[in-house]
Design a protein. Structure first.
Length: 368
């Protein structure tokens, strides 16, 4: 596979061109409007709306640029994300939308509607056959799979399990329903926190595999019967069903690549990543630590693998900001993300995605 083109522009603005205008010029130069026919096509823009308390998420102004460009081409566009596996501000569609509104995402600021792709409780998904090494049927949010065209708009940052979070993380993990996220994060079945369980039976009534029993007003899950659908997590009114998050980081990365394949195959797609406010951990945290490097710029490509590789290289060329966690760590891996999270290897995801035919790690960087 030949090198993929990755387009880049820095965060310098002028009196005649602001950053939003530069973003529009970037995606036009990269060919998004020329190579994708948006007219009358449902277009999903996958974005992270931000966990309440975390201020590192992308401002909604960036998404409006992409929305407006697609609408000008006659596209039917919406912003989307799936509910989280963990208990937080985005665990169901109502809380998720409240969090999005709090962070400035709404139809007035973005120019389009917001849809939570896997529904009210994270159980509205579609099984997508892919025959991967670890995943045979990916569980993807229904609204995402119903779209004709897929666009990812990602905040590039560090991640405690995958090394960094970029396009593939936004696509693979982000588009997985609650059951999909459970499959990616876990090697074992969920379990009940008995001190929180009220014995209401909601989990048992929603289990299609008879894996849940109620005894002495406490639920329990039989691992040998559990299919890992995650419905028990979604329907529990007191958040008493938890998961171990015990999958190895390398396998987690490979599962994310396989889920990305399920999302992207057989339809047009395009990807944008902003290397800005590069925080230490995932944007799913309810806080964000100080940025580890100076802001770099905006990247765009039809190849999410090349895009992630270009962003990672760009980050590693930057000096650590004094006083941040990267500045405090020993620099022994020649890689900023591994210096911060030495138990991770982000290249595993990219190498596996390349093996799956999603894209290539070889890229040509074109600065505009």
């Amino acid at each position: 596979m030949s090198a993929s083109k990755v387009y880049f522009t820095n965060f310098r603005a002028t009196f005649t061109e602001n950053l939003l205008q530069k973003l529009a010029r970037l995606v036009k130069k990269a060919g998004m409007l020329e190579q994708i026919d948006f007219k009358n096509q449902y277009t999903a823009i996958k974005i992270h709306f931000g966990e309440p308390g975390n201020l590192a998420y992308l401002r909604p102004n960036y998404s409006k640029v992409i929305v407006d460009l697609i609408k000008e081409q006659g596209g039917k566009v919406f912003l989307t994300d799936c509910n989280t596996l963990y208990v937080g501000g985005r665990k169901n569609a109502l809380d998720h939308l409240d969090s999005a509104y709090t962070n400035g995402y709404n139809p007035f600021t973005t120019g389009c509607h917001l849809l939570i792709a896997d529904g009210l409780k994270g159980t509205d998904d579609i099984l997508v056959p892919i025959d991967g090494e670890y995943v045979k049927e990916a569980k993807i949010g229904r609204a995402i799979m119903d779209a004709d065209i897929f666009i990812s708009l990602s905040h590039f940052k560090g991640h405690e399990s995958t090394g960094f979070g970029g396009a593939l993380k936004n696509i693979g993990m982000g588009c997985g329903s609650r059951a999909g996220k459970l499959e990616m994060h876990n090697a074992t079945s969920p379990f009940v926190l008995t001190d929180k369980c009220i014995g209401c039976g909601a989990c048992k009534r929603n289990c299609a595999h008879d894996a849940i029993s109620i005894a002495e007003k406490k639920a329990s899950i039989a691992p040998d019967k559990c299919a890992g659908c995650g419905r028990c997590i979604g329907v529990c009114p007191v958040d008493a069903v938890a998961n171990h998050c015990d999958e190895s980081n390398d396998i987690l990365n490979k599962k994310i690549a396989e889920y990305s394949l399920a999302v992207l195959k057989d339809r047009p797609h395009f990807h944008i990543s902003l290397v800005v406010d590069v925080s230490t951990y995932c944007d799913c945290h309810a806080e964000n630590d100080a940025a580890i490097i100076p802001n770099v710029g905006m990247f765009a490509s039809f190849d999410p693998v090349a895009l992630d590789m270009a962003c990672a290289d760009a980050v590693n060329r930057q000096p650590a900001i004094p006083g941040c966690i990267l500045d405090e760590r020993e620099h022994c891996h020649h890689d900023h993300f591994t210096d911060i999270h030495p138990e991770t290897n982000w290249k595993v995801a990219l190498e596996h995605a390349e093996k799956l035919g999603i894209g290539t790690m070889e890229y040509e960087l074109i600065e505009i």
